[in-house]
Design a protein around this ligand. Structure first.
Ligand SMILES: *[C@@H]1O[C@H](CO)[C@@H](O)[C@H](O)[C@H]1NC(C)=O
Ligand SMILES: *[C@@H]1O[C@H](CO)[C@@H](O)[C@H](O)[C@H]1NC(C)=O
Ligand SMILES: *[C@@H]1O[C@H](CO)[C@@H](O)[C@H](O)[C@H]1NC(C)=O
Ligand SMILES: *[C@@H]1O[C@H](CO)[C@@H](O)[C@H](O)[C@H]1NC(C)=O
Ligand SMILES: *[C@@H]1O[C@H](CO)[C@@H](O)[C@H](O)[C@H]1NC(C)=O
Ligand SMILES: *[C@@H]1O[C@H](CO)[C@@H](O)[C@H](O)[C@H]1NC(C)=O
Ligand SMILES: *[C@@H]1O[C@H](CO)[C@@H](O)[C@H](O)[C@H]1NC(C)=O
Ligand SMILES: *[C@@H]1O[C@H](CO)[C@@H](O)[C@H](O)[C@H]1NC(C)=O
Ligand SMILES: *[C@@H]1O[C@H](CO)[C@@H](O)[C@H](O)[C@H]1NC(C)=O
Ligand SMILES: *[C@@H]1O[C@H](CO)[C@@H](O)[C@H](O)[C@H]1NC(C)=O
Ligand SMILES: *[C@@H]1O[C@H](CO)[C@@H](O)[C@H](O)[C@H]1NC(C)=O
Length: 466
């Protein structure tokens, strides 16, 4: 059947010379060994954290007050990764996790989940009738040894030759890889929420920068407060799957569940339903795009890869990453971006990748006219399924960036400490939507975010004696 098939491994070797060019990066041969090593919390962390968070009501109140005056949602006073990455329990997550797949494991539809089951049945029927020959590729760790594939790329498989435009006959839209605004850096970070992200998020706040955060469902369950901080800070949230594996290797059901439960986790914990996603490693094809589309998730890839995640993996050095950042900045200076802007891949993965962005941010902001989240670059003023959450358009975000000195940015606690502390999943939603109502009123940079409900919900966490 696949007469023209080639051995992928052979082709990948032929293309390995491109590995250091930063040209959309992530070519096969380089990705096979690993990918971002995402540190999973040990299964016992949650139980031990739960024990150590015995919380006296009044004491919690004190912590709420202190944090409210600081106007910050964070787990530690100083951005010390060791302190911030101490595991904790969050009651709203404990309350719902039985309805979810195990974190960091391949998602499957949960037996009792009738919504997921019936939605998937429709999607599966569509896949079987429209794309019967688009079958799983390789393994979920990205091992394509021995995999054969039609050289004309009928599945528009990104990992093959970075295809981002499905054939018109599929009815699928092209992936988003750039922003239409000239001289504009489409800012995003993959793989969060990371436990140690406060230094980065503080920096973004000081610089009045908002970004598109591609969150892993399992990380949202591990680090829900860090995720809530992103909401409070006005960042855009997109889905980055449940367990961060190569999507095209999954069965239809697994691929569906990876997107479905990550989206649901973001809704249950952060209060919003994203309309966008990014495939881990860029690994997407028409089958996966079709599943994403059925979940109302538009596919966002990138046009420039910093390779920050793969330093010291198969020969990529810190100097290579510096050169990749520098090349995008040079592109702004030499006219490459006079008619559009790049979406650049970098990561909220570890101290190095976050520090690297902060190192280059001043040069980026001086070389580019604008640095904005992807929703704003596209004027997507409703980036979530919830129509009552509005996001600033391009015009709004840039006029506020030029108008608001960073030193004046403040957040303050609201007084509506409702339900959130009750520990139910609706509590989690209502705390996040209090944050969204601030955004709705349009004060993005001077966000008067109602932090009190969130803080009330997390008070017990702050009672951990560090
Ligand atoms: C390879 O894909 C093309 C469409 O892109 C198709 O026309 C052709 O039949 C396929 N070849 C095989 C051997 O399946
Ligand atoms: C989905 O379709 C595949 C065939 O592509 C089939 O093997 C599988 O059983 C179907 N799953 C469900 C839950 O219907
Ligand atoms: C990839 O798969 C091949 C064949 O199954 C196996 O021999 C090889 O060890 C695997 N490579 C890695 C890096 O796991
Ligand atoms: C996708 O969006 C449409 C229109 O808003 C809505 O009717 C539908 O329920 C959504 N589908 C899913 C799976 O969320
Ligand atoms: C990469 O390896 C070099 C040499 O061992 C080391 O100095 C550097 O800190 C490492 N960088 C990262 C990001 O791991
Ligand atoms: C602009 O700089 C980039 C990065 O160095 C380079 O790839 C590109 O060719 C340059 N374009 C022009 C028009 O000089
Ligand atoms: C978060 O970042 C820290 C370093 O700052 C790193 O040790 C940890 O592995 C990261 N966690 C995840 C889940 O990537
Ligand atoms: C990296 O870690 C150091 C302490 O080990 C901390 O001072 C610094 O703020 C961290 N950087 C980022 C970007 O988190
Ligand atoms: C966004 O709105 C601005 C005007 O405020 C317009 O110039 C731009 O073309 C719009 N972009 C898109 C993608 O619609
Ligand atoms: C937005 O609508 C959702 C229901 O779709 C509701 O739960 C939430 O409280 C609303 N948020 C605001 C800020 O009105
Ligand atoms: C921008 O700032 C102005 C005044 O500071 C405010 O009125 C407006 O609502 C803000 N818009 C956004 C989108 O943040």
């Amino acid at each position: 059947m696949l007469k023209t098939a080639l051995l992928l491994a052979v082709l990948a070797t032929a293309h390995s010379a491109a590995a250091h060019r930063g040209c959309g990066g992530h070519d096969m041969i380089k990705r096979n060994p690993g990918g971002p090593v995402i540190q999973r919390r040990a299964p016992t962390d949650e139980a031990s954290a739960a024990q150590s968070t015995g919380c006296v009501e009044t004491l919690c109140g004190v912590f709420v007050e202190m944090r409210s005056r600081r106007g910050r949602l964070r787990r530690a006073d100083l951005p010390d990764p060791n302190t911030e990455c101490a595991a904790y329990s969050y009651q709203p997550v404990l309350d719902i996790k039985a309805n979810y797949p195990t974190i960091w494991q391949t998602a499957t539809i949960q037996a009792s989940d009738t919504d997921a089951t019936s939605l998937f049945a429709t999607i599966n029927a569509t896949l079987n009738s429209k794309l019967p020959n688009d079958l799983p590729h390789g393994t979920t760790t990205g091992n394509w040894t021995g995999v054969s594939y039609n050289a004309s790329d009928p599945d528009c498989w990104w990992s093959w030759h970075q295809c981002t435009t499905p054939a018109a006959s599929t009815g699928l839209p092209a992936d988003i890889i750039n922003v239409p605004e000239p001289m504009t850096w489409g800012l995003g970070f993959d793989d969060g929420p990371n436990c140690s992200h406060n230094a980065l998020y503080d920096y973004l706040q000081e610089q009045n920068l908002k970004a598109t955060m591609f969150y892993i469902g399992s990380n949202v369950f591990d680090w829900p407060l860090q995720g809530l901080r992103a909401m409070a800070d006005g960042h855009q949230i997109c889905v980055h799957t449940w367990s961060h594996q190569y999507m095209t290797a999954f069965t239809n059901e697994e691929a569906f569940a990876e997107l479905y439960y990550a989206r649901k986790a973001i809704k249950d914990v952060l209060g919003v339903t994203p309309l966008c996603w990014r495939p881990p490693y860029g690994d997407v094809d028409n089958r996966i795009r079709t599943i994403a589309q059925a979940l109302n998730l538009s596919t966002i890839v990138w046009s420039k890869d910093t390779d920050d995640w793969k330093v010291n993996i198969s020969g990529v050095t810190e100097a290579d990453v510096d050169a990749n950042y520098q090349a995008v900045i040079t592109g702004a200076q030499n006219g490459t971006y006079s008619t559009y802007g790049p979406i650049v891949l970098n990561h909220e993965l570890n101290n190095y990748t976050m520090g690297e962005f902060m190192k280059y941010a001043p040069s980026i902001m001086s070389a580019f006219k604008h640095v904005v989240p992807i929703a704003s670059a596209l004027n997507e003023s409703q980036p979530y399924a919830e129509s009552n959450y509005t996001y600033p358009t391009f015009e709004q975000v840039i006029s506020n960036q030029s108008a608001t000195p960073a030193s004046e940015i403040t957040t303050s606690a609201g007084s509506s400490a409702t339900g959130a502390a009750s520990g139910s999943s609706s509590g989690a939603s209502s705390s996040a939507s209090s944050g969204t109502s601030a955004a709705k009123s349009g004060t993005m940079s001077r966000a008067t975010v109602a932090l009190a409900p969130i803080l009330a919900a997390i008070a017990c966490v702050f009672a951990v004696p560090w």
